[in-house]
Design a protein around this ligand. Structure first.
Ligand SMILES: Cc1cc2nc3c(=O)[nH]c(=O)nc-3n(C[C@H](O)[C@H](O)[C@H](O)COP(=O)(O)OP(=O)(O)OC[C@H]3O[C@@H](n4cnc5c(N)ncnc54)[C@H](O)[C@@H]3O)c2cc1C
Length: 374
């Protein structure tokens, strides 16, 4: 009998893991992947959507184009995970597995920042980005805050991309001189894992007159002010926020989190439950919450499962990933990061360039091709 693999979540981590298992096992695979949504979105597309460069319908990839030997993708909402028994309950039934992989990502806790929903805007969800697409054209000038409401959050340079793209957007609208932009970040630099990327971002903020407030978190909004964790009140006319992140409620309700996220062995990504793994944003790795790190985690877990099926050797989690930064003017920079294969973090930085944009387009194309057959 085939071993059953159950993957919870069809995001970066889940899609890559299912693809790797299908490639290795072909029709011998018995993999079920469950997601409540009907389509996948690259997180970075939301910046393009909010600034009106594209639409959600253009960038979303419907799951019904995900077809691979040995893989079944079902659209159901998970309501309970019994990790001990490797049994998962959804609105459609109960699933049991020999290997269970939790890849449910991170959700947003709007309620954690009073006033954010009423007086601000978030750009980290599809709905939030789409809403801003309608809001931004009506903005005629004033103070804009790009503010982060908690750490950790997905894609460390994502909010920097927003601030830079905002500068160019307001310039194109002919109203940049009527606006000031403040970027509030809990981090010590815009990109702690790459000093070169951080310095280049700070140089650009200076060049484009974007005020950076570091090591500050937005804790509350009233109608006209953002209140920071040191009590500072910053006036705003438009607030673009990154909400505090939280595990999906089902993971909390299933008793799988500790200090926020799902604890794992960093080298194997196995949880304290045998043959139960957690990958991507949901896992307490301490590494950046980013799609490419979810992919390298998926590679590690695929080798672990395949090794248990006597198909090769298990490999350790490399903690590798690439952080890409869109400058909003056609240029893109990126940093290739390797946290775990050597004694210390290795970072290879590629400064902003038009060639960087080609690299990003290639990144997008390969995932579309690999996961959705083009
Ligand atoms: C603005 C922005 C820019 C970004 N830029 C980049 C970038 O340039 N490069 C990069 O690598 N990463 C980027 N990211 C981060 C990246 O999108 C995430 O880190 C990545 O998606 C995490 O992958 P994951 O598999 O852990 O979770 P996800 O991709 O979030 O997938 C989790 C899946 O679980 C499903 N799910 C959750 N709860 C349930 C439930 N109860 N029942 C059923 N299904 C459920 C969800 O529907 C979702 O499809 C960006 C993110 C944002 C918001």
């Amino acid at each position: 009998m085939k071993s059953k693999v159950l993957i919870l979540g069809a995001g970066f981590g889940g899609l890559e893991l299912a693809t790797l298992l299908s490639e290795a096992l072909d029709k011998d695979a018995d993999v079920t992947i469950i997601d409540k949504n009907d389509r996948f979105t690259f997180g970075y597309s939301r910046i393009d959507v909010m600034f009106g460069k594209t639409t959600l319908d253009t960038v979303c990839l419907p799951y019904d184009t995900f077809g691979k030997p040995g893989i079944r993708l079902v659209r159901e909402t998970i309501s309970y995970i019994d990790a001990d028994a490797r049994r998962v309950t959804t609105n459609g039934g109960v699933y049991e597995a020999d290997y269970l992989v939790i890849a449910l990502g991170a959700d947003y806790d709007m309620g954690a920042t009073p006033g954010l929903a009423e007086h601000g805007n978030e750009f980290y969800s599809n709905a939030g980005a789409d809403r801003l697409r309608g809001v931004l054209p009506d903005f005629t000038g004033g103070s804009v805050i790009v503010g982060i409401c908690g750490f950790p959050y997905k894609c460390p340079p994502g909010p920097s991309e927003c601030a830079l793209t905002l500068h160019h957007y307001l310039t194109e609208q002919g109203i940049r001189d009527k606006c000031d932009i403040t970027f509030v970040s809990p981090l010590s630099t815009p990109m702690p894992a790459s000093a070169e990327m951080a310095q280049a971002l700070m140089d650009s903020f200076e060049e484009f007159n974007i005020r950076l407030l570091r090591q500050r978190t937005v804790v509350r909004l009233d109608e006209k002010h953002a209140v920071l964790d040191d009590g500072t009140e910053l006036p705003f006319d438009l607030f673009l926020g990154v909400p505090k992140h939280t595990p999906p409620q089902v993971v909390i309700d299933s008793g799988l989190t500790e200090d926020g996220w799902v604890p794992i062995d960093l080298a194997t990504l196995e949880t304290r439950f045998p043959n139960v793994y957690a990958i991507g944003d949901i896992a307490a790795t301490g590494l950046p919450k980013s799609g490419t790190f979810a992919e390298s985690a998926a590679r590690c877990v695929s080798t672990a499962i395949l090794a248990k099926l006597e198909r090769g050797d298990a490999e350790r989690n490399t903690g590798t990933g690439t952080c890409i930064v869109e400058y909003g003017d056609g240029r893109v920079s990126y940093a290739e990061l390797d946290f775990l294969t050597g004694a210390s973090l290795k970072a290879v930085y590629h400064p902003p360039s038009i060639a960087g944009k080609t690299f990003k387009d290639g990144f997008d194309d390969t995932r579309r091709e690999r996961w959705f057959n083009g």
